[in-house]
Design a protein. Structure first.
Length: 481
């Protein structure tokens, strides 16, 4: 590494890793895990305008003639963030855990400055004491558990799941930028609108392209910013997906226009633009409207059944999705009402009906998640409590919202907790996190219970506010009720 790219004390991110995790496979066909991760994260930070974030990795920073320990200690002292790559090797290395301990000793707010990356699936009890209790973090997991309980790693002897891996690296880059206070100029400019609201209106196939333009024109006249700003797909799959992901990351609401056609397939893609955009949007935590206009007649001349259209071509309706089948003018009116700032909403706005937020764990293994979520909510200066069955009835549950981070608990554990929520709260939300029996979680349904899949709990106040806003517990952009 040249001197020009060496990290300085400002915006330095110290990467703690076990050297065994960076070994190349014997066939030398793939990079070591850590080197590949470093390069991809470096690219994402640069791409989002955060090149000033410096990733400190000892293999690049320490010359052969330099003393190892003093150099490490100095880097930890200067680092603004610690990013440990947690693995079966890392937890066995005393020096790795010493790096964590030293970072905490050097920085009084160390609990707010570390970003855990999980290379392997690890039992929480194996992690250092600092990473347990109130400092526990779900972190960023580079693996998933399949229906049989088998672990599938995103990078093993090379890249195995490009989409999952790159999405996760991008999310980590965003977290680093947020924690370091690095704001991309384009993002700041995009949010300056008359109402502060940004909605994603998916690009349409040819049969609904004119309707999309009418909808966009109407929303923009009412001070609502629409993304993407172009109305035609980019040529390549890579460019198109990048544009769509960027738009989705800016928005707080999404609309998909589902006609008779699925649209073109960009070069290099495996699916047309209409299902492709919906697939990407379904990874976002906010609400989506699937506009399936009934006036698109079927081959028999009858009006379409919107539910049948969605089920046949796009799978079952998912959480946070609703179908709308009326005219485009009706859709515009609905969106303008939904996206109205809370200060302009009526006195019966859903933002104002919760006088208490509770966080509950369905199993002891999820209690750390509950504490982490409660702490994040508290940082938003909201009144929050951990669930206590003995005092629950005294809190007027009919005006309370209960959030349940669902990690390792079984469905039986969850049902037992829901039984204790009597009288029923005004709103109950299960936040489905990685871990436990994923197949069982996907099958869960109970009337009146919202089950939202998220990859990780919010790690700062703004992300917490965004999550609560998407659940209609708080207004968007932190507006007061």
């Amino acid at each position: 590494m040249t001197e020009a790219t060496r990290p300085t004390s400002e915006n330095a991110v110290f990467i703690s890793y076990a050297r065994a995790d960076n070994e190349q496979p014997p066939d030398k066909k793939a990079e070591g895990w850590v080197s590949f991760f470093w390069n991809e994260l470096r690219f994402e930070l640069t791409d989002r305008g955060a090149a000033e974030a410096k990733l400190w990795l000892d293999r690049y920073e320490i010359e052969p003639h330099e003393a190892f320990t003093p150099k490490i200690e100095q880097a930890l002292k200067q680092a603004k963030l610690l990013l440990p790559i947690l693995s079966k090797n890392w937890i066995q290395r005393d020096w790795c855990q010493r790096e964590l301990q030293l970072f905490v000793e050097l920085h009084a707010d160390g609990s707010e400055r570390y970003i855990p990356v999980f290379k392997h699936r690890l039992e929480r009890k194996l992690l250092p004491p600092f990473m347990q209790g109130n400092n526990a973090r779900t972190g960023y997991q580079f693996f998933e558990i399949d229906l049989t309980g088998k672990t599938r790693e995103f990078y093993w002897r090379g890249l195995k799941d490009e989409t999952a891996y790159y999405d996760l690296v991008k999310t980590i880059a965003e977290a680093i930028s947020d924690k370091l206070g690095i704001v991309r100029p384009a993002a700041m400019a995009s949010s300056v609108t008359a109402t502060g609201q940004i909605v994603f209106i998916a690009l349409a196939a040819s049969d609904l392209r004119d309707a999309r333009q009418r909808l966009v024109n109407d929303l923009e006249k009412n001070g609502i910013k629409v993304v993407p700003e172009v109305d035609t797909p980019l040529d390549t799959a890579e460019a198109f997906e990048s544009m769509i992901r960027e738009g989705l990351s800016q928005a707080t609401f999404a609309v998909h226009l589902l006609g008779d056609n699925l649209g073109i397939t960009p070069e290099g893609a495996t699916e047309p633009i209409v299902p492709l955009q919906l697939r990407l949007a379904r990874a976002m935590p906010y609400q989506r409207i699937l506009w399936v206009p009934r006036w698109h007649r079927t081959e028999t001349g009858d009006k379409r059944n919107p539910v049948d259209v969605v089920t046949e071509h796009f799978g079952a309706l998912q959480q946070n999705e609703e179908i709308f089948g009326k005219e485009v003018t009706d859709l515009s009116q609905l969106l303008r009402e939904r996206l109205k700032p809370a200060s302009q909403a009526g006195k019966h706005s859903p933002w104002t009906k919760f006088n208490q937020l509770l966080v509950a764990a369905a199993h002891p293994d999820d209690e750390e998640l509950a504490a982490e979520l409660a702490n994040a909510i508290q940082e938003c200066k909201l009144n929050v409590q951990l669930f206590d069955p003995e005092t629950y009835a005294e809190l007027t549950p009919e005006t309370a919202a209960v959030l349940i981070p669902w990690g390792m608990a079984s469905q039986e554990n969850l049902q037992a907790l829901l039984t204790k929520l009597s009288p029923a709260p005004a709103k109950t939300v299960c936040l489905r996190l990685p871990g436990g029996n994923d197949a069982e979680k996907r099958r869960f349904f109970q009337k009146g219970i919202i089950c939202r899949k998220i990859e990780a709990l919010p790690d700062n106040a703004q992300k917490c506010q965004d999550l609560l806003a998407s659940l209609e517990i708080l207004p968007p952009h932190g507006s007061e009720s």
